[in-house]
Design a binder for this molecule. Sequence first.
Ligand SMILES: C[S@@+](CC[C@H](N)C(=O)[O-])C[C@H]1O[C@@H](n2cnc3c(N)ncnc32)[C@H](O)[C@@H]1O
Length: 221
Amino acid sequence: MTSHEKPDYWSRKAKTDGYPARSVYKLKEMDEKFGLVKTASRVLDLGAAPGSWSLYVLRLFARQAGFLSAADLSPLSRRYDGGLFGGENFFFIEGDFTTEPVRAALAARGPYTLILSDAAPATTGNRTVDTLRSLALAEAALDYAALLVDGGSLAVKVFQGGDSAALLKQMRERFKTARAFKPKACRSDSFETYFIGTGKRFPVQTVSGDSEKKFTAKSNK
Ligand SMILES: C[S@@+](CC[C@H](N)C(=O)[O-])C[C@H]1O[C@@H](n2cnc3c(N)ncnc32)[C@H](O)[C@@H]1O
């Protein structure tokens, strides 16, 4: 086992680098590989607490103009934010992103060029139950693709197993490319992975059969 695989390596590194959680390195790796955040101007972060991904995005937005919306059941940690969570280019709502009031608040600040979801259920230790709950969250995150501009991207966490392959298939219908990717910072015993869709297609038929409203980068204020 290399030092990078030790369970606490990434947590210690996060503290040194000024992030509340080790998960930031998963986003960093996906960004470096797929150019997600560095090409985005309007980002939505679902399941954002304690706030490492949001901080990563906002630190990038100190160099490139952009706006970030975020939601979580829990508040964000202000320990490392240096005031960034109080900035005008940031909106946070504490609540369940699968509910209508939270969705409406996030929709009012869209459309987005990138949607991230690191949302995870409180785990029970029963892999079947945990996988089902994770899939439900990932499906709810995919529903938010309706708030993406034409050509936008989405990265969503999902616990492998159950019907996760069907979710990837749905993403392939909605995005020009969709693939599974497991960053190195995922714990070696974890069964989480990320599905990354780039180049959202338009038009997309929603499950109800209605076509989505088209958003373009032009409507991106
Ligand atoms: C792994 S943590 C996210 C870590 C975050 N990306 C970071 O870098 O700090 C998963 C989060 O998903 C949130 N979550 C789970 N279900 C949710 C829901 N329905 N609505 C909002 N947040 C949810 C949890 O509260 C938890 O904070």
